[in-house]
Design a protein. Sequence first.
Length: 367
Amino acid sequence: MSKTVQGRNGAHSRNGKRKKKQKNRIIIVVIEILVLLILAAVLFVTVKLSKIEKDTSFNKEDIEVNEGLSSESQEIMAGYTTIALFGLDNRSNGNLSKGNSDVIMIASINNDTHAVKLVSVYRDSYLDIGGGTFKKCNSAYAKGGPEQAITMLNKNLDMDITDYVTVDFNAVVECVDLLGGVTIPEVSDDEAVLMHGYMDEINKLTKHNSKYLSGGGTNVEMDGVQACAYARIRYTAGDDYKRTERQRTVLTAMVQKAQKANLTTINSLLDEVFGDIKTSFSNTELISLAAQVFNYSLGETTGFPFEKNTTTLGNKGSVVVPCDLESNVKQLHVFLYDDNEYAPTDTVKNNSAQIVNDTGFHQGEGY
């Protein structure tokens, strides 16, 4: 082979090596940029999440669960993330650690389908709030904070909840306003009038100037103060049962609006609302939940107990009575977990018998 040919081959070889090195350098630069972007995104999310009050005193070891739940039911429940949601009306002090829980909800998230179901536990439900003390269940949070409130849910309902999120009512006002309002499918004339007193109170406390609705209607647009007032109405047909339905309606409208919001709105939402939230979740756990936020689909919602009655029990006041607790909890496990084979534990059976003894209401005597 001539020297000329050898020289050409050597040049081609050197050029090929240079191109390969250049290509490798480009790949490395791209990887470095991606890593920096990922780190920046993680930092951004971490900064935002730092605004949420983390419950550093919360100890999951203090949460009690019932013994005797079948292994089959435990396995079914393990396929869901179950979270306790509490709403406090602590407008005067902003304390999210104590106070009667005006809103008590249980959210079950199917880990495979990301379908979400919500259950409102009526705050006046007559249950064991701890230590064999039966009274309105919303007092559990006031007595022992989120630990006792979660234990109350676990012991009476055969749940295995270990995490919670608590919000102040201010969060609803801020969130709805930042989303540009929400649409409520139907509002009655009575509801529109009853909102006035609540709106006056919320306007004063939040320094807003929201206007009254002109009347009822369908597909009613509401701002934050109006939506919060609507969710708090209690004295209409249906009393507390209808009130919890309104709460779920507002929450559903907020979720649907948030899933369509742009990044600027989401950023503002995180900045303003996260300060009104307290949770047991760590930043890592919150990031994991947030990663699926646009995959979540809010499905069925309902109230608990399903079959109920009301009575007045001396200084315990007017209470909502499950008729009976055992049968209602069976329905609850079907609703939340599609567990048709669930069998109540002895604790639920004993609590059910005690409620019947205290109130006189048996299964089949509710509505």
